[in-house]
Structure formats: C-alpha cells, structure tokens
Design a protein around this ligand. Structure first.
Ligand code: CA
Length: 248
C-alpha cells in the first residue's frame, strides 16, 4: 500500500497544494490534475490505485468523471464534496464512487479513508487470486430465486443475464445472499464491507442497497430480494422464492 499511486482531481489551488504536500508525506505517489477532462486523460494513461475526485470541477463534473471511469474500471474512487452538495454526493455514490469525504476535512481522516479503501481493494485482489486456484474444487456460487452470484467469476446473473456490479455492491450482495434468510444489522454490514475503521456516513450503506436493487429487482421500489428490516438492517428473503424450490 505504501507508494500507492493516487490521482488527485482538485481545481482549488490551495487544496491541491495542501494535498500534494500532505499525501506525499504519508507515502502516497501523487498525480494532480485540475479539471474533469484532464482527469479522464490521466485515467486513460492508467496505473492509478485510487482516485480522489472533487465534485465541482471545471469542464466536466466529478459525477460525470466518476460515471465515465466506472464504465471502464473498478479502481477505487473517493469523492470529495462540500457540505452544501449533499444531494450530489448521493448521485456520486449512485454512479459508483466507493466513499466520500466532505470539505473541510482533516488530512488524517482523508488518509484513513484512503487506506481503508486501498486495503479492501487489495484484499479483494488477493482473495480472487486464491479462489482462482481452488476454484474448481470449491465453486462459490449462491442462487436465490432468479439471482445467481458467483464469487469465483465475480459475476451476477439476473434471470440469466449478467449484470455489471462495482466491487462494493458485489461484496454487499454476496454477504447478504450467503446469509439468505438471516437479518444482517447495519453495523455488521458496514463493518464487513467498509471495515471496522469506517468513519463515514451510514447513508453510504443505503445508497449501495438502492443501487443493488436497481440492478437486480424487477421493481426496485418494491424489493422482493433485498428487503429492509426496519430499524435493524437488511436481509435477502428466500421466502418469496420458495415456490421455485431453487435456493442454491
Ligand atoms: Ca472544486
């Protein structure tokens, strides 16, 4: 993780300068660009382990940049927003950002988020490597109703069609499906998916669930698979699918 290559997209000179010094001191290898178009150019050149993306940018907004990058890559993205941009933050998460921080932030908080996101990206990489080796013997596939999730192939099939899903959403759905029928609490889900040291907003969890529903539910506003257990958390319901008799 030391020496992780970070693309910083920040148009405000004072923030950019502070990040350049502060993040370099923390051992990150920083590349800074100052607008949305330059961000996509830099991304195309590749090699970044993490992207720190300001929301309000000249030429192309952070949301557009995020959406564009997400179409091509699962590189971790942390969105940086001002407090007044709450709504845009939710949009940012909906287009695939992994996390967000709100300005003004403390460098220590930002670095903690960056490390957490990098650590999870790294452990996911390691795990998929391990599973690729043991894959045939221990096919890691779960089926609930019309949804099949395959950890080895990092694939979700809904009614037979492959559905693209960013890493965090995939992990969250996998956890819920592997525990189908059981209620998983909000705290437990946040710990397992974002890490015990997660310092962000719990709204992030709800946004991820909403995104999952929009991909896999027939009617996302009336979810049948990933259901809310009010005041507690979420669960994958297998009851509704028992008629089909195919739970796995
Ligand atoms: Ca800005």
């Amino acid at each position: 993780m030391t020496g992780a290559r970070v693309l910083v997209v920040e148009d405000e000179a004072s923030f950019a300068a502070a990040l350049e010094v502060g993040l370099a001191r923390e051992g990150f290898d920083i590349e800074i660009v100052h607008d949305g178009v330059a961000a996509l150019d830099a991304f195309e050149r590749g090699g970044h382990d993490l992207i720190l993306l300001d929301l309000m940018l000249p030429r192309l907004s952070g949301v557009d940049v995020c959406r564009e990058i997400r179409n091509q890559s699962s590189v971790p993205i942390i969105m940086v927003t001002a407090r007044s941009e709450e709504l845009d933050t939710v949009v940012g998460l909906e287009v695939g950002a992994d996390d967000y921080v709100t300005k003004p932030y403390r460098l220590r908080e930002l670095v903690a988020r960056m490390r957490a996101v990098l650590r999870r990206a790294e452990s996911e990489g390691l795990r998929s490597g391990v599973e690729a080796v043991t894959g045939a013997a221990e096919a890691h596939k779960v089926r609930v109703g019309e949804v099949v999730l395959d950890r080895d192939r990092h694939e979700v099939l809904v009614r037979g069609d492959a559905v693209a899903m960013p890493l965090r959403e995939f992990e969250l759905l996998a956890l819920l499906m592997e525990n189908a029928g059981r209620v998983l609490t909000r705290d437990m889900l946040i710990d397992r998916i974002w890490g015990f040291d997660y310092v962000g907003d719990t709204k992030t969890l709800d946004v991820h669930v909403k995104r999952i529903r929009s991909r896999i539910e027939e009617d996302p506003r009336n979810p049948k698979l990933v259901v809310t257990v009010r005041g507690v958390g979420y669960k994958v319901d297998r009851k509704d699918f028992s008629e089909s008799g195919r739970t796995r």
